[in-house]
Design a protein around this ligand. Structure first.
Ligand SMILES: NC(=O)c1ccc[n+]([C@@H]2O[C@H](COP(=O)([O-])OP(=O)(O)OC[C@H]3O[C@@H](n4cnc5c(N)ncnc54)[C@H](OP(=O)(O)O)[C@@H]3O)[C@@H](O)[C@H]2O)c1
Length: 364
């Protein structure tokens, strides 16, 4: 059985543009190996929007948005109006409409991304997102909403790009309980720390990450540890069953004392890493933290160079599972969205086509 998705892209920056190209590059493999095809039916950003049930041309949107000919305004209202149009609502009811949410993380409250996700799920659309906000701030309510609607709310790209973490745990580790985690999950700060070890200035290393589109639009999100805190919150919510936000995560970032700390650690043969961790306290409370740590050279996390990331999951049945990401970038993040789309097509095939409210489904 083939699955033909209509995609509504909210956010059309570095990640979404790479995703559109990747869909094109992988079109034959998606159709041949998974029976999946995807048609972009709407794109919305702060500065432009375009929609047609028959499909839109992302390249023409690129041109239109530069002169705002496609219109501007609130993406929430745009999405609500779009989902109310019968042509789109029908596709949502059929489980064939997918919101691809790639707007910028707003670290204050995760909005408007959370509102985009809610509107889509309420209309019966599936959601895939690379934005950490929805799962970092509202995982429990959004995943419950998706479950009730028989739809998927997937966010593999929120942590370590396309490297499977959530799909790994939920799809391949039945009955295993994750009891804690620790790792290095912010590529920009790991790159800056390793470049500073070589004598490069903090500012120069950050400028390289910004030029490559890896650093967040607001670099203080990376440098001050907010991006890592958002990821810690996503991990704690999705894997440990917490109900926290990034503001509940103890947080430390890079600061003007970091260079001296790197030099002092190096004299002892140690390396400074920005480490996220999470687990239960003896009283059963779930806690998460982001902190600079001096690690011995033989620690797995100490061996991470440049943009490399790693996450170690503590589990009850399998002990520690280490997931290492040696290559990161836009392709990996775009791939996360693509792999989530395939995950939706698989769960779709497993279920009979009934109306959203009557359906049962699994979400991470
Ligand atoms: N870049 C990476 O390597 C990477 C890796 C993992 C996860 N992510 C996450 O993926 C998401 C996208 O990243 P990106 O690099 O593509 O960002 P980006 O290049 O800055 O693009 C962000 C897009 O979101 C739109 N947008 C921002 N705020 C909005 C709002 N309030 N309402 C509607 N649209 C809004 C922007 O519209 P305008 O252009 O009109 O302003 C733009 O199209 C972010 O949440 C990021 O944290 C990125």
């Amino acid at each position: 059985m083939s699955v033909d998705f209509d995609l509504v892209l909210v956010g059309f920056g570095n990640v979404a543009r790479r995703f559109v190209d990747l869909l094109h590059e992988q079109r034959a493999a998606l159709a041949r190996d998974f029976g999946v095809s995807a048609n972009i039916v709407a794109i919305a950003t702060r500065h432009g929007r375009i929609a047609s049930p028959r499909g839109v041309d992302a390249r023409s949107f690129e041109r239109a948005r530069t002169d705002t000919a496609a219109g501007t305004g609130d993406t929430r209202r745009f999405l609500r109006d779009l989902l109310a149009r019968e042509a789109f609502a029908r596709r949502a009811r059929a489980g064939r409409l997918v919101l691809v949410e790639t707007t910028t993380l707003d670290i204050r409250d995760g909005r408007p991304a959370i509102d985009h996700v809610r509107a889509a799920l309420a209309a019966g659309a599936h959601v895939v997102t690379a934005n950490k906000g929805p799962a970092a701030f509202a995982y429990a309510s959004l995943s419950a909403m998706a479950r009730r609607a028989g739809r998927r709310f997937l966010f593999e790209g929120a942590v370590m790009d396309g490297i499977p973490i959530f799909n790994l745990v939920h799809e391949t580790l039945p009955t295993v309980r994750v009891t804690g985690f620790h790792g290095v999950v912010n590529a920009t700060t790991n790159y800056i720390l390793t470049e500073m070890e070589q004598g490069r200035s903090f500012a120069d290393a950050l400028a390289i990450m910004q030029a490559e589109g890896i650093a967040e639009a607001d670099p203080s999100l990376d440098v001050d540890g907010w991006d890592a805190a958002a990821k810690a919150s996503v991990l704690a919510n999705a894997l440990l069953g917490a109900r926290m936000t990034p503001h509940d995560v103890e947080r430390e970032g890079l600061n003007d004392r970091t260079a001296a700390r790197i030099a002092a650690a190096a004299r002892d043969g140690r390396r400074v890493k920005l480490v996220v961790s999470g687990g239960r306290t003896p009283r059963g409370r779930i806690r998460a933290r982001v902190a600079l740590e001096d690690l011995p050279a033989n620690d797995l996390l100490a061996g991470l160079e440049g943009q490399q990331n790693a996450l170690i999951l503590d589990t009850d049945l399998l002990g520690e599972i280490a997931i290492v990401q040696r290559g990161s970038g836009l392709t990996q993040t775009a791939y996360a969205l693509l792999s989530d789309l395939v995950a939706i097509s698989r769960s779709d095939r497993d279920r009979p086509p009934v109306r959203p409210r009557a359906r049962r489904g699994r979400t991470p």
